[in-house]
Design a protein around this ligand. Sequence first.
Ligand code: ZN
Length: 413
Amino acid sequence: MSARIPRLGVLLAVLAFLAPSPAAAAAPELPDQIAAGWKADRIFVYDALRPAFPKSELDRIRATAGTVSFPVYVALLPRTPATRDLDLPTLLQARVGQPGLYLVWTVSDDYWAGTETLIRPGGLKGRDLTRVQLDDQQDNKIVTDRPAPRIVRTIQQAATAYDGRALPAVPAGDLTPERRYDDGLSATDKGDRAAFIGMGVGGVLGFVLVIVLTLRRRDRRSAPRKRGTQSGLTGPVNIWSVRGKADRWIVKAGKTLKRLETQISRTDVSSEVLDRRDDAKARLAAARTLRADESDDLTAPAGAFVLARQAHEAASGAGVRPPCFFNPLHEPGTVQAAWSDETEVPACTSCAKVLERGETPRGFLVWKKSGLLRLDHKAVPYWTLNPKEQPLVATGFGALEDDLTERVSRGDK
Ligand SMILES: [Zn+2]
């Protein structure tokens, strides 16, 4: 587990204090306040956040901003409806009127998220920033419990977009422990392996795989339930990190779709492009629906992440790829890998390697309620859930059949 910054606890206390008066941040003059603040310091920290803000985080951001050849403007704010819904980077750039990288990062609970816009000093020079972010294999593996890691990465990505320099590796301390663990790929006990059967249903859909719940031969009694949630190693991942991934891709997909719409409005395009637009739109709408789920159900934001990434793929013309069956948060399932003699599933390259060794990847864990009163919680791979109770995950987040959009619009959950 990466070291947490205890001072963020204080910061959260400050936010809790702020909560009763969200209007403070919603005041229309906030953009003016920030623009004025930037005249003295290009890192603006919201007043109430300032006393508790870790200096080391600011120093890291400042140091990275010093390595690039364009101005970097940063605003660190509490998350309120106003800071969440306004396109602040664009508004702020319009106020300042200078080219540069504009970053607005907001915090709620223990979770930092942000948006950015890059206005290039040299006009349309270099690559698209979103493109660079999508090609960055480490982009979605960076922690969200403090602001500097992702801000530093975004500045580096913008430099790559602007002058083509290579992206440095992300320091190990900035990567989520869940990913570090997953990449280590511990195999599930073979006694726990869930059976998986293929079943032809005919018709145009052809082959549909159905998940069956099997009796577990051995109880994984040693899995410490309580520690699981905190360590992230023995339990499901933190819901905020999944929501963060979903949010980033919803923003990216929205931008890509907007660009496609502009293209469609300006030129004659083929019906194939219009189909892609419709597909992207439907997936993005479904992603937003799932993301709006405020319950503690981990599968909803995971589904939102899968759909938003696919919406981006559809809109960009890259071709929609299925998720990794074992963990929807992994890289897409680009390999058809054999899980057993009869069963093939789309898997990411890491999981495909584990399957090659004859083992089952650890998979995406969720809490399963059990016991007489269903008060007992146990971490289990999602595919061992009863598909009748969890229709959303019945086809592996759409890995086995591309049906997630329809399931969401039908209201399955
Ligand atoms: Zn995988």
